[in-house]
Ligand binder design. Structure first.
Ligand SMILES: *[C@@H]1O[C@H](CO)[C@@H](O)[C@H](O)[C@H]1NC(C)=O
Ligand SMILES: CC(=O)N[C@H]1CO[C@H](CO)[C@@H](O)[C@@H]1O
Length: 364
């Protein structure tokens, strides 16, 4: 009798969880199209523009050639078939008619195993020096690479590779100084099945770590698939996007760089990578509004999936006050947007495995 009750309860719990997982896949969602102004695809970018960041002068660094340990073999094959190489592109918002330039990388750095993912830039206001941190997924383990940008030669001078047991399954990096950064560990398991278990059971094994130049320390933990990171202009607030819980979390940086949770902004969409707009401090997020289509796209990159860009208005204390949908594409032109960056009412929208779009923003 008791056994029956316990078993029924477990069964009901299981059903409830299953319903949640199915709901999360967005089979019920419909996406319509709208643009913020004239938009066009940027020539020359066919195989990914996964993460990007715009400097105060409008120069924008874009990572391309994304490959993630958790992606299925079919994506490796897609890479091989199209001879996709990891690279960093440079786009100039002051001359949007010019196509992005592929930055050269200094000799000695292994470009064959370069699979860039999240990127972040530290701009030294005094010296003007630009330091670029890039999450890399060479076979078997993750690293964070540090480069110095040499503008006269369009060159990235490789400076250092960070390898550590704390760098587990990294998604994004957030530069704080020339030698310090935050980064997200997306989860604990690097294998397909381990990760599937984390996803289905909702195990919060993700975290945000801080590196101070010498040591790695935990800045925030118990997170469900923390993804992209961004920093407010005053440097006091860190924004983190969690894909699984479909929200943006706002954290205050304590003096010891531990992150104190401040606000949770539910977004009800498969949100991906945030960027902060140089002038206003408002946040742009690329998102996957329909998860089951995104999942199919991340298995077979030629299959379309909808795109969405959300614009989060912030107030002077870096709280999010309201959200505008800037761009929506049911999957006709741009497949599976992951990130967007804006500069003086012009916007770039990136994708993990496909094209790059440029828009003029006239609706804000
Ligand atoms: C910003 O918004 C938050 C949340 O709505 C609010 O608590 C805070 O007081 C606001 N700050 C200012 C300066 O208005
Ligand atoms: C830097 C970063 O957070 N990248 C994320 C952006 O989008 C892709 C595609 O879904 C994610 O897998 C990345 O983790």
């Amino acid at each position: 009798m008791y056994l029956k009750i316990v078993l029924s309860c477990l069964f009901i719990l299981f059903l409830q969880h299953l319903a949640q997982v199915i709901y999360h896949m967005d089979y019920h969602r419909v996406v319509y199209n709208h643009l913020p102004g004239p938009c066009r695809l940027v020539p020359g970018v066919e195989y990914g523009s996964e993460d990007m960041q715009t400097l105060s002068n409008g120069l924008t660094f874009i990572s391309s050639g994304f490959l993630f340990p958790l992606l299925p073999k079919s994506v490796d094959m897609y890479h091989e078939e199209h001879n996709i190489r990891g690279k960093i592109l440079l786009f100039d918002f002051n001359h949007p008619e010019n196509d992005p330039v592929v930055l050269k990388i200094s000799e000695g750095f292994d470009q064959d195993t370069f699979h860039p993912h999240g990127i972040s830039i530290f701009e030294d206001k005094q010296s003007g020096r630009v330091t670029l941190f890039v999450v890399n997924h060479p076979p078997g383990f993750d690293t964070i690479e540090k480069f110095e940008f040499i503008p006269e030669e369009n060159l990235l001078q490789h400076v250092k590779t960070y390898i550590d047991p704390a760098i587990i399954l990294v998604n994004d990096v957030l530069a704080i100084g020339e030698n310090s950064f935050y980064f997200t560990n997306y989860g604990y398991f690097r294998g397909y099945w381990g990760h599937l278990m984390e996803f289905i059971l909702g195990l919060p094994f993700g975290n945000i770590m801080y590196f101070d130049g010498n040591d790695y320390k935990l800045a925030s933990d118990g997170l469900l698939m923390p993804n992209g990171l961004a920093l407010s202009h005053d440097g006091k607030t860190v924004y983190a996007v969690c894909s699984k819980t479909e929200d943006l979390k706002v954290y205050r940086r304590e003096s010891n760089n531990i992150l104190e949770f401040v606000q949770q902004v539910p977004l009800y969409s498969g949100v991906d990578n945030p960027t902060v707009e140089p002038k206003t401090g408002n946040i742009l997020i690329g998102a996957h509004p329909v998860l089951y289509q995104a999942a199919e796209h991340f298995t077979y990159p030629e299959v379309s999936a909808p795109s969405q860009v959300l614009y989060l208005h912030t107030n002077s204390t870096n709280h999010v006050t309201f959200v505008t949908e800037l761009f929506s594409d049911a999957g006709h032109t741009l497949y599976a947007s992951t990130v967007a960056s804006m500069y003086q009412k012009k916007m770039l929208i990136g994708t993990a495995l496909q094209k790059l779009m440029y828009c003029e923003v006239r609706t804000l």
